[in-house]
Design a protein around this ligand. Sequence first.
Ligand code: SF4
Length: 374
Amino acid sequence: MKFISSYRDPKLAKRLHELIDQLVSRLERQGVSRIKIMNFCGTHEHTITYYGIRSLVPSSLDLIAGPGCPVCIVPAGYIDTAIKLAMEGVTIYTYGDMYRVPGSYESLAQARAKGANVKVVYGFMDAVRLARNEKKEAVFFGVGFETTQPTLASWMVRDAIPENLKLLLALRLTPPVMRYVLRKSRVDLDGVIAPGHVSTITGAKAWVFLSKEFNVPTVIAGFEPLDVLIAIAEILRQKLHGYSRLYNEYGRVVTWDGNLRAQEITDKVFEVTDGYWRGIGLIPSSSLRLRDKYASLDAIDVYGLKIEKGIDTRSGCKCNKVILGEAKPTDCPFFMKACTPAHPLGPCMVSSEGTCHIWAKYGGRLLLEKFELE
Ligand code: SF4
């Protein structure tokens, strides 16, 4: 017997579909001709595309993918630096998707084919284990949003990192980039579906500024199809009644304050600083760096590195615009021609959380019948 999660219940989906249709019709009667809702998170984009939710909602409702792919926004200069270290004989440990993201001229995978010393790991624990066993100079090249930061920090707090392992980290914070999108992007948003996983750490409170400062209805949502449909309906309902507030649809996991222990550990090890986002630029208070106490672990200090400004955007690639919701993957002339998941030109085509990659795999799908598991 097939298991169907209650968050994939076809009857509830049908009712939500009808509700969304009604809300959009009522907004259209009020003179609203276009409604734009941004989902921050790559996993929400996966749900929307995989389940064909765009095929379900009225055509005047745009579901726009946002900047929630941590691999996509790592500046090319970090990849170039990791390649340089690897070519000099330092072992670089990194995640599988980071391994394939193009730097200014090549990816770590391409550099490895030329003899660079690069190994793919599933997580930081693997890097620690390998460094202990191999006893060679090594650097863990780590990236991530708020969900990955406490795990890294916990290793440092426990003083459990072998001496031969250093860290090259491109850690970024999500609320500042959403603030940037609302201030700078050319997309006027009517609502935001805020990230579920990140909010388990930050708490719902991290997103209240979207409704308070920007007057944008905001829903923290889970990742099942019904979670997303509920989020869309709630945003439309708020817009129809002319108010904006933060609604936590993912209350089964996300609390108001989030994971206080994880926040405390992260704060012990890292401090907030301005951060450069690939193809976008410098965003205030959007990055984490190691506190002075942990400087001996920082590959940048230990190897006297300078992260140069690399070539973030290759000619014609619209990844930076896709990340800000200003373009769709299909607006790019290379999409599924010169740029495919097997031969990615830009970072958005590499990661499973990258919008181009998701559209390449599942784009054009109609609503999966009854949301059944395959
Ligand atoms: Fe960049 Fe490829 Fe996406 Fe085009 S399809 S925007 S080249 S990643």
